[in-house]
Design a protein around this ligand. Sequence first.
Ligand code: HEM
Length: 400
Amino acid sequence: MTISPPTGCPVNHTDFTPAKPALSYWKLLDDLREEAPIMWNDAHGVGFWMVQRHDQVLEVMQQPKLFSNDVIQAINPREDAIYFLPNMLNAPEHNDMRRLLNRWFSPAAVRKAEPLMVERANSLIDELIGEGRHEMMTGFAMRYPTDLLLQILGMPVEDGPQMVQWVEAIFGGAFGGEGGHAAVDKIKAYFAPAFEERRKNPGDPETDFLTYLLQTPMGDSLLSDEDLLTVCMTMMTAGLDTTRSALGYIFRDLALNDDHRTYVIENTDRLPDVVEEFVRLHNLIMQPGREVTEDVDFHGVHMKKGDVVWIGIAQACRDPREFADPTTFDPDRDNLGKHLGWGAGGHRCIGMHLARHEIVVALREWHKRIPDYRVVDPDGLMERGVQLSLQSMELEWDRR
Ligand code: HEM
């Protein structure tokens, strides 16, 4: 494996794995972006280039031939990294798999799931509203997207708590490690009998995801058994923790800022942009990676074939060169559509329409019933490193 020496650009020694007080990492990343557009990090074994400004991050994501998805995380990029699909495919296979999957996650498909979202949000709120107090990160924020994704994939909603534990283990192992791989195996073993069942008794491929995956060719051939299971494991891993973490940071912000909460309550038609602005402001995908495929001079930095690049989505989303007053919440900013919080190019988030709409419905239904609430210990909140998430957050409200 090649490891480039830092050719004249600043070297940074930050370890991005430990837990820190909430919102520390964004402050740190803002400072690093302003220190230099590109720097070399040597704190994680295999060093990597950190590309940090909006225009350069976009450039990397739009050049998949030069920056490949053989690597998708800057920290622990190869040794025992978990294999995800479609994330780790490159063109042309990647295009084929996205064509196969996109339909299932399109805006039209997501609109059809709206009644389910309303029902799940309200039945979870029914359970907790009388308590006047709720641990958000293991409660509503985790259970709501888990229940929804299981139902959308045609699996029993009762399996949510078990699925949550496995997904937690994958993130706990930072996308690798013995515990992470064991959890991957368990998620695959969970889906295997469901595929067997669909082989014997196919559902309607228009409405049943597993039957659709079994029957629909990618290019010229059907997916292998292993790929079927990897796709389902990926959807669970990529779809649950992200939405949960986004909900956590959003509810924290709304609890602490009455003006933001009032905006949400009074402007329900603006909720899609509220969510977009939060995805920009609080982007939790901290260390997405790429692999350099040939020696290149990138904005004055000599990168070698095989080097790893951290595409600084979180830094880019708060780059003052692109966004005025970037650390302020402003859902009315006119260039909101330019944020990179869902990624860009061919690998842009497949679940973005689903996640956005899930969060819109959660905010709308929650605030109808619990419009006023507080964080119990705002100064004690901690966030996880690697992929950002609040570790826990207790909310409280007055019982009526
Ligand atoms: C707030 C929630 C979410 C955020 C902020 C988010 C963010 C992202 C980002 C930034 C990427 C691009 C990463 C890169 O280029 O390396 C991505 C890719 C991806 N996301 Fe999401 N995501 C969210 C929710 C979801 C959901 C709900 C699902 C699935 C149900 C999902 C599935 C995926 C998959 C499969 C990819 C890889 C796409 C590809 O490589 O073609 N995500 N996401």
